[in-house]
Design a protein around this ligand. Structure first.
Ligand code: 4AD
Ligand code: MG
Length: 434
């Protein structure tokens, strides 16, 4: 039940609010008293407001109770909105009544604590202004992406998370005991989205993906939010164009709707508004040449790891597509480039400034024999993929798709040092609590 008598604290900052009586409630950020006046800074979902209260107005009992509220304790207050240049935002609420909802225990979070301690107390740390701003931006990002996909007539699907075959390579899948049979946590929804393509032609899923990589890097999580799109009749050119428009739409939308949060987090909204197509494109072969020219010891077949991606994008302002990778570096389902069988029709989108891969995209192999041969080459059990191979037997059409790591995209957008800052309860090799 919501209570209509209460207003969000932002109501105190509306242009016509001065002189009005409002009733608000929220979490105390700061409390002090001086000369019989109490000063409380109170946060709710809409922002913060200073509430002041006089002892002679609130009474001794009320005043003393409010004075002992801890940081993150909770109050509700009724008062008059007054302009006062000394108050944060130039306004305050002069309380006529103040009630303590929860005085709270002393809040255990301080700035100078170690990162480990702060991760142990993550359930409390996420109330910090930076985390509040980050997860608001993330919510807007997910909304913007879903809006874009709806405009493009791509339907949201709900693939399973519990699966019987790992899709992106067995070594990195979390295995589970599925009633005595082997099971895995999904690494990708791709194979299921490909199955849903025949009836719907354009589908997507926004689901958690799991990677059992022991990579302790600032860009790996073991659980992340994965946006995956699968499009019938698309070729690589069309796919790259789609990804580019989607990422640019998300950047522009956040610059408009999340300007305050971006500013608080140190990312000028204008920088995101400037992310517009076309993004530069480079073939893998060109990327290798460019890296060698920069003095890196790489050759055809070297995977682009953190150092290489960094060297390619350090001075870029826009995201960069790298296309046509050697097939040995990529997954079994990618289509060989018709005029260059050493490579597959894949494109990775790398974030500027060394933030790394945000999107992995490819055309899918539609030739049944080529797929079976490739599965044998990588040592997979072909029988495990029989249901997937059926898709090549019944109403097989050219198609392409991609996966975008939401936290990777957000890390770059917000220029966070570590990917864990883009998710409230990060899952990494060393931690799956709280
Ligand atoms: O490149 P990946 O492994 O591609 C796939 O899984 C495809 N089957 C997707 C598809 O085409 N439907 O992963 C896609 C993206 C990466 O580009 C990256 O952004 C993100 O998922 N990602 C991770 N994000 C955080 N932590 C990790 N450990 C990640 N691994 C991949
Ligand atoms: Mg990839």
């Amino acid at each position: 039940m919501s209570d209509a008598r209460f207003e969000p604290v932002a109501a105190a900052f509306r242009p016509d609010a001065t002189g009005r009586t409002v009733r608000v409630r929220g979490w105390v950020q700061k409390v002090r008293s001086s000369g019989g006046i109490l000063f409380l800074l109170v946060r709710d979902r809409s922002g913060t407001v200073q509430i002041t209260g006089r002892r002679d107005r609130l009474g001794d009992a009320g005043f003393d109770a409010a004075e002992h509220v801890q940081v993150e304790g909770v109050v509700d207050a009724e008062g008059t909105v007054v302009d006062d240049p000394r108050s944060p935002g130039g306004r305050e609420l002069r309380a006529t009544a103040l009630r303590v909802v929860d005085a709270g225990a002393p809040f255990p979070i301080f700035q100078e604590q170690t990162e480990e301690f702060r991760l142990d107390k993550r359930h409390l740390v996420i109330r910090s202004p930076e985390h509040v701003a980050t997860f608001r931006v993330k919510a807007e990002l997910l909304r913007a992406l879903r809006e874009f996909l709806a405009q493009e007539e791509v339907l949201e699907m709900t693939p399973p998370i519990l699966t019987g075959n790992p899709a992106e390579g067995g070594a990195e899948a979390f295995s589970i005991d599925y009633f005595g049979r082997p099971g895995y946590l999904s690494q990708t929804a791709q194979l299921y989205l490909e199955a849903l393509l025949a009836p719907h032609e354009r589908v997507y899923a926004l689901t958690p993906s799991f990677r059992a990589e022991k990579s302790r890097t600032p860009r790996h999580l073991t659980e992340y939010q994965h946006l995956e799109v699968e499009l019938a009749w698309y070729d690589l050119e069309g796919l790259v164009d789609f990804v580019e428009r989607m990422v640019a739409h998300a950047c522009r939308t956040l610059a408009e709707r999340s300007a305050a949060e971006l500013t608080l987090l140190g990312r000028p909204p204008a920088e995101l508004a400037a992310i517009r197509p076309p993004f530069p494109r480079l073939s893998y072969a060109e990327a290798i040449d460019r890296l060698r020219a920069k003095g890196l010891s790489v050759s055809w077949g070297t995977d682009l790891a953190t150092a290489e991606e960094r060297a390619l994008t350090l001075e870029e302002r826009l995201p960069l597509f790298v296309t046509r990778f050697p097939r040995e570096l990529k997954a079994f389902y990618m289509r060989r480039t018709p005029d260059d069988p050493r490579t597959v029709e894949a494109a990775d989108l790398l974030a500027p400034e060394g933030y790394g891969e945000m999107v992995g995209a490819s055309c899918r192999e539609t030739d049944l024999d080529a797929l079976v041969a490739r599965l044998r080459e990588i040592g997979a059990q072909v029988e495990d993929y029989d249901w997937y191979l059926d898709l090549r037997r019944y109403g097989n059409v050219p198609h392409a798709g991609f996966g975008l790591g939401i936290e990777r995209l957000l890390r770059w957008m917000l220029r966070r040092e570590h990917i864990r800052e883009t998710t409230p309860f990060p899952r990494t090799p060393s931690r799956h609590t709280p």
